[in-house]
Design a protein around this ligand. Structure first.
Ligand code: SF4
Ligand code: SF3
Length: 558
């Protein structure tokens, strides 16, 4: 076996990528990412123990958050960049050790002498080959004798924390932090090195994590709405405008804002791509006249679409795929995204200079003529939806609005994902579909109409805006004087990468039941762990749109 990775839905044969990642991750990158996770565990053991003694350090916290984010599917494919991160990680480890040992001595009046997990002793070799060899020895199955349920629950927690790290990082660049969220990264990573934890304790920690992730999504929601204003329902143009163009992908709204500022009055049109679509709803971003529209579909269609895009491309977060040679000189990465040979825009004192992207856009020439297109709607965050809550509640009470479906999550390349298109199309006309994340591209260009002025398809935003969906569900439950599980609301989720894992854990931690999940179940969930989830939360895999709709609405009505 060259590598082992099963963290995403696309994993080979539904079991694990062992020769090469289906995502394009090489065994070398897989080993370096395994080593990074190992290094982060060691750092967090110190950081967690230091925090218990009242000592903390911002550089350590940020390194762990960014390190986790780096290992999310489709973020960093560059061995040399990973090498740099690992070498910095060793410096951070030494800092964390000193922080803990000092705090210990201050508290106890003597030196610490106990034993700590092996990861705390990691020392890198300086060459890339040596680091890859080290990484091969610390992967998911390095401890073959580990109980499979313990392994499953540890990986579930690590993947959830990777997702939360992305959200914490986005909040961080906007100057927001929450002590409980930050501290939990260290607590969680320390817990997965603890050989004494039982299955029950790890299940409990996963649920506790779900609550903390909810707090993190709330933090990011606040960071976004304080900085950019509350999203407003907004039509988004999906044609193109003549002239030079830049398309911006990923989730980082702050990157988009900086690019919009730097391209004002330059005659360049800015387009959103994939998870950047909800940006159009924010007053602080929609005010820029040259933010003209949304280009293309979800991430898995990028090679063909970027090829055809006569401008520059900026990837702010996942999901990047191997760039074709035809556009390799006009695609740029920033933040934690990296691809070997692709130009990276670094932040200097929190600010980014996008001049190379702008120059590449001008050089590429842009669109030769306007291409008319229709508009799609976005901007239905919790503020907008709750603003018309009275109308919604009335429609439900009058029997005009029968059921809400949250059909959302990640998109991906598998043919089985047509389920979500067919499901949305089969939802009866007296029901509303809430959606979020990039899975919406399966159906967001179709016509759904409205129910008494309430659009039947409400785009609530990015994956992190699952927070909005939860807020709306809680408010509806309050209005109808029932629990969220008693609402006429069903969750039909699609997952691909680790942000979906943290969102799922948040939903479960709130006690939300009957979630349907697809297109397949996670390979890292062991049969016993799955049976706990099924027994406690009645989680189920999707079947067919017809069968699932009949089960939810009743056979005669569906
Ligand atoms: Fe395979 Fe997904 Fe891991 Fe990539 S991230 S190597 S596709 S399991
Ligand atoms: Fe999509 Fe990659 Fe997950 Fe934020 S952009 S949802 S897959």
């Amino acid at each position: 076996m060259n590598m082992f990775c099963y963290q995403c839905e696309q994993t080979a044969k539904g079991k694990g990528c062992t020769l090469q990642g289906v995502c394009g991750k090489s065994p070398e990158v897989a080993a370096l990412e395994d080593l990074l996770i190992y290094a982060l565990k060691g750092i967090s053991v110190y950081a967690h123990k230091a925090r218990e003694l009242g000592a903390k350090d911002k550089a350590i916290d940020l390194f762990v958050i960014e390190g986790l984010f780096t290992t999310i599917t489709n973020v960093d494919f560059d061995p040399e960049r990973l090498q740099e991160i690992l070498l910095k990680g060793y410096e951070i480890q030494k800092k964390a050790r000193a922080l803990y040992l000092d705090a210990y001595k201050k508290q106890h009046g003597r030196d610490f002498e106990g034993a700590l997990p092996a990861a705390t002793e990691w020392k890198p070799t300086t060459d890339l080959k040596g680091l890859i060899d080290q990484g091969m020895g610390v992967g998911i199955f390095s401890d073959v004798s580990l109980n499979e349920d313990i392994r499953s629950l540890r990986e579930l927690l690590i993947y959830g924390m990777k997702g939360m790290a992305a959200y914490a990082d986005h909040a961080n660049v906007l100057g927001r932090e929450d002590e409980e969220v930050t501290a939990w990264f260290h607590k969680g990573l320390e817990a997965v090195t603890n050989d004494h934890l039982t299955v029950e304790q790890l299940v409990g920690l996963n649920m506790e994590f779900g609550k903390v992730n909810l707090k993190c999504m709330e933090l990011l929601d606040k960071a976004h709405t304080d900085h950019f204003g509350n999203p407003l329902p907004t039509p988004v143009f999906i044609g193109v405008k003549k002239g030079p163009a830049i398309v911006v992908s990923g989730h980082d709204l702050f990157d988009l804002e900086q690019l919009l500022q730097q391209t004002e009055d330059k005659g360049i049109s800015i387009y959103t791509h994939s998870e950047m679509l909800p940006a159009h709803g924010y007053p602080g971003l929609k005010k820029y006249k040259h933010l003209v529209g949304n280009y293309g579909g979800a991430w898995q269609d990028q090679a063909k679409e970027f090829d055809a895009f006569p401008g520059a491309i900026l990837m702010t977060t996942n999901c990047i795929q191997q760039p074709r040679e035809t556009y390799k000189n006009r695609i740029f990465t920033t933040g934690l995204v990296a691809w070997p040979g692709v130009k990276h825009i670094e932040a200097v004192n929190g600010k980014k200079d996008f001049t190379p992207v702008i120059e590449a856009a001008i050089k590429a020439g842009g669109f030769k003529e306007d291409i008319l297109g229709k508009s799609i709607l976005t901007g239905f965050g919790h503020h907008a939806v709750l603003g018309v809550a009275g109308k919604v509640i009335e429609a439900v009470k009058a029997g005009q609005l029968r059921h809400f479906f949250l059909v959302g999550g990640c998109d991906g390349a598998k043919p089985g994902r047509n389920y979500y298109t067919e499901f949305a199309q089969a939802v009866p006309k007296d029901c509303v579909i809430l959606t979020l994340a990039c899975g919406k591209y399966r159906f967001n260009k179709l016509e759904f109409g409205d129910i008494g002025g309430i659009p039947r398809l409400l785009d609530m935003g990015q994956c992190n805006d699952a927070y909005s969906a939860i807020q709306v569900a809680v408010a509806l439950a309050k209005a109808f004087n029932c629990g969220v599980n008693e609402l006429p609301l069903s969750l039909i989720l699609s997952w691909y990468e680790q942000k979906a894992v943290c969102i799922l854990l948040s939903l479960l931690s709130l006690g939300i039941q009957n979630i349907r999940i697809g297109p397949s179940l996670p390979a890292f969930v062991s049969p016993n762990v799955l049976s706990v989830l099924v027994k406690t939360f009645n989680i189920k895999p999707i079947t067919t749109p017809k069968e699932d709709l009949a089960a939810i609405l009743g056979p005669t009505k569906g």
